[in-house]
Design a protein around this ligand. Structure first.
Ligand SMILES: Nc1ncnc2c1ncn2[C@@H]1O[C@H](COP(=O)(O)OP(=O)(O)OP(=O)(O)O)[C@@H](O)[C@H]1O
Ligand SMILES: [Mg+2]
Length: 514
């Protein structure tokens, strides 16, 4: 069968070695050999399998299971095991030891790198069969349920993200932060908590990091210890490995909720009001140039994703990101991703390269996942030259600061422009800044919708359209506050009229006949 090594006279040709690009086999190799389980007090009672093993179980060297031997123990269904299997295994030292033994035998018997290329169901089936053989040959005593747990845990190691799987399954987690093998934190409900999940050792953690980044064609090791990647579901991943991370690899996953958030969800979370939602929809549809500003994890990318949902399906959109997180639903989207330099330091494609290239791709809108360098200048140029409706996110704590951040990025980019000229560019390019914020009670809010309305002397003039005001705190520490429209008639009103959305805007702002 595919991937089996056959250390005994192989009944089938040995599977070819994994291609040289795969940096490591997919499985961790614990340094210490698995305990000899025959000693582990389990020899007394027989294996709960209907059939005795075909050969006497050898005492020490792990026997290579005969590929054709019938699978004795009935692990019937490759049924999805309980999602907390990893937690329960790490809480059960006996099972954890057995798993190591079985895993070591599997390592001997099959080429796990090859096996992990199969469809998940096939892998599960294969691992289930072989685990049953090993358990039977080693005369390990396990209930069917325990056996399923071991199989599930091994499958998680081979296919998935090992101990992280239960966290990835669980909804409501915004971030998973692994600080070396022994500490896993999560952010849930806006608050950071320590979990009881642990990795077996740093080698297992590194292996999982490696697996994640290999999936997007990158690598992480001592020579290139920093790496961005993403999971299959779009979650963003950052890995920083030893020696830079002193206490073992640090893995950070920005996890989006499984159900994609919608404006309705944001209204339920009280991040926005229904009326503000309407205004945001109008802003997106009428092709205003928008910067979404906010602190780390404040919900910028989520909002950007939502805003793009109201773009006319006929428009050609080009997205530029460091690791592709945006999930646009429109039919006509080109997604671009930057590339880090290779080992020799060559071949980097920066955000600036992407944004510049975009301009030659006949975009109607350009969406930049995160503006954080000299590409700011190119994005402004694009906004100023007919690519209305372009958007980007930026790290800043309020709209005014967002503007100075853009100024700084341009200054750092080495453009020798007087400050006033840069500000004029910004004022002409950006129409609206939307501020996202994570408040101290953990809730995420849109706190400002602010227009750039021009220049007064050297200063860019801003006008708030909507503000969130904190009014107090309830007995549980939850902040009480309100979104308030300021009552000004926004400058984008004319654009709304042009796009036939004046009424929707007037209704949202409660400004009929304005
Ligand atoms: N309004 C909201 N209410 C509750 N959760 C939210 C809200 N907006 C976003 N989230 C969740 O918060 C997490 C962070 O969101 P997001 O990635 O959009 O933040 P970000 O500001 O782009 O972060 P970063 O600065 O790291 O790029 C995600 O898990 C997302 O699902
Ligand atoms: Mg983001």
């Amino acid at each position: 069968m595919f991937g089996r090594r056959g250390t005994q006279p192989p009944s089938e040709p040995v599977a070819p070695a994994a291609p040289a690009v795969a940096p490591t086999p997919a499985a961790p190799a614990p340094e210490t050999p698995g305990p000899d389980v025959a000693d582990a007090g389990s020899a007394s009672s027989p294996v709960p399998s209907p059939q005795p093993p075909s050969e006497p179980a050898a005492a020490s060297p792990p026997p290579a299971p005969e590929p054709e031997a019938p699978a004795p123990a009935p692990v019937a269904e490759p049924e999805p095991a309980p999602s907390d299997s990893a937690e329960s295994l790490s809480n059960n030292p006996r099972l954890a030891e057995i798993k190591i033994t079985v895993f070591n035998d599997l390592l001997e018997a099959v080429d796990l790198a090859e096996i992990s290329k199969l469809e998940p169901d096939e892998v599960r089936e294969e691992i289930t069969d072989m685990t049953a053989e090993i358990i039977s040959m080693r005369r390990l005593v396990l209930t069917i349920q325990e056996q399923q747990q071991v199989v599930q845990d091994i499958c998680n190691d081979i296919l998935g993200l090992g101990p992280l799987e239960p966290l990835l399954e669980r909804d409501g987690i915004a971030d998973i932060m692994v600080n070396g093998a022994g500490q896993v934190f999560i952010e849930i409900g806006g608050k950071i908590e320590l979990t009881d999940i642990k990795f077996r050792d740093n080698a297992q953690l590194m292996n999982i990091c490696q697996r994640i980044v290999t999936a997007v064609g990158r690598r992480v090791d001592e020579a290139s210890p920093i790496c961005d990647a993403r999971l299959a579901d779009g979650s963003r991943v950052n890995v920083i490995a030893p020696p830079l991370a002193i206490d073992g690899a640090a893995l950070t996953i920005r996890k989006f909720s499984k159900e994609k958030l919608t404006f309705k969800n944001l209204i339920n979370f009280e991040s926005i009001t229904p009326e503000l939602g309407q205004v945001l929809e109008v802003l997106s549809a009428i092709r205003t140039n928008i910067l979404i500003s906010g602190g780390t994890g404040s919900g910028k990318t989520t909002l950007l994703n939502l805003m793009t949902g109201h773009i006319n399906p006929g428009e050609r959109i080009i997205t530029c990101e460091d690791s592709a997180e945006l999930q646009l639903q429109q039919p006509h989207v080109v997604r671009l991703e930057t590339r880090p330099p290779n080992l020799e330091g060559a071949g980097e494609i920066s955000m600036r390269d992407l944004v510049k290239n975009c301009l030659r791709m006949r975009p109607e809108r350009i969406i930049v996942g995160e503006v954080r360098g000299p590409e700011a200048f190119d994005l402004l140029q694009a906004m100023n030259t007919g690519h209305d409706g372009s958007m980007g996110t930026i790290h800043a704590n309020n709209p005014r600061e967002a503007i100075s951040r853009v100024e700084n990025m341009i200054a750092m980019g080495g453009y020798n422009l007087p400050a006033k000229a840069v500000r004029e560019q910004i004022a002409a390019a950006v129409n609206v800044i939307i501020q996202a914020q994570r408040l101290r009670d953990g809730s995420r809010k849109i706190t400002h919708v602010t227009e750039i309305i021009g220049m007064e002397g050297d200063i860019i003039t801003l006008q708030d359209v909507c503000l969130y005001e904190v009014e107090g705190e309830d007995e549980n520490g939850k902040l009480i506050g309100q979104h308030k429209f300021t009552g000004v008639r926004p400058h984008f009103w004319e654009k709304a009229r042009y796009y036939n959305l004046e009424e929707k805007l007037a209704a949202a702002l409660n400004m009929y006949g304005a």
